[in-house]
Design a protein around this ligand. Structure first.
Ligand code: HEM
Length: 240
């Protein structure tokens, strides 16, 4: 990559705060575990359902963190117009894409897509009935006869949408490995250790953390748990 030559050797700068990194890898584990728990069969569906609540809590946490977290995690720093993403894609093709400290404009759209697809999959799961009709999400209506058309549609979506997650996650992983190992832009390492080598970044020179980061993260997680489980309870769902 052309910018690599401008990289001062050995100097690194903060890129991702710990809560964002914990969220990211917990999210990966939760998506993988959701698949595993349904694959293991009916005896494990209860854990699949609780795993679904965890996925929702993580997404709501990330939504809150997009407003109160460090600079690179805030939506204002990485949600960009589609034409900005197209412009960045064009620049990359011409070998002129500038490095970003946070999500680059194309990557940010992949992240929005992943959050939306996984989120809608988890929400649909709340209404889903298992294939044998015996277990389901908190709004599966198991005790009240046939599911409504909306429940049936959400159930079908939930059973089919994992393929979408697989496609998007595969592209996401392939692109990040390409950046890490072919373009020598250590994005994967940065999502693990939180730092990147100093470069003339297009977005910001270094991450700014807000005061009381840990307490903000704990409060955001607590709020996410209350919001997800509370909303299910308020709407009459039974937590399995
Ligand atoms: C089911 C699989 C996966 C899902 C659903 C997923 C989802 C996400 C999400 C939501 C983010 C945004 C993080 C944030 O801003 O809070 C993200 C970022 C990122 N993920 Fe993944 N991820 C998956 C697998 C992986 C794997 C296996 C790798 C490593 C090869 C990876 C590497 C990254 C990197 C490097 C970023 C930051 C990208 C950037 O700088 O723009 N992801 N991922």
């Amino acid at each position: 990559m052309e910018a690599a030559s401008t990289r001062p050797r050995g100097r690194t700068v903060a890129a991702w705060d710990l809560p964002t990194r914990l969220f990211k890898w917990a999210f990966v584990l939760a998506v993988a575990n959701a698949w595993l728990m349904q694959w293991l069969g009916d005896a494990w569906i209860r854990y699949h359902v609780w795993n679904g609540y965890a996925v929702l809590v993580l997404i709501v946490f990330r939504l809150i963190w997009g407003f109160v977290g460090s600079s690179t995690s805030r939506f204002t720093s990485w949600v960009r117009w589609p034409w900005t993403a197209l412009g960045y894609g064009y620049a990359i093709v011409r070998g002129r894409g500038r490095p970003y400290l946070g999500h680059n404009p194309l990557g940010s759209w992949m992240i929005i897509a992943l959050l939306l697809i996984v989120g809608s999959q988890a929400v649909a799961g709340l209404f889903t009935v298992d294939s044998n009709g015996l277990v389901g999400g908190p709004f599966a209506n198991l005790d009240f006869g046939d599911p409504t058309p909306v429940q049936s549609a959400l159930s079908r979506y939930h059973h089919g949408a994992f393929r979408l997650i697989l496609i998007f996650a595969t592209v996401h992983i392939a692109v990040n490995l390409f950046y890490q190992f072919v373009k020598h832009d250590p994005v994967v390492a940065a999502m693990i250790v939180g730092r990147k080598p100093v470069e003339p970044f297009a977005d910001e020179a270094g991450m700014h953390a807000p005061p009381h980061l840990a307490w903000r993260a704990i409060a955001s997680l607590a709020a996410a748990i209350v919001l997800v489980l509370g909303t299910i309870k308020v709407f009459g769902g039974t937590l399995a």
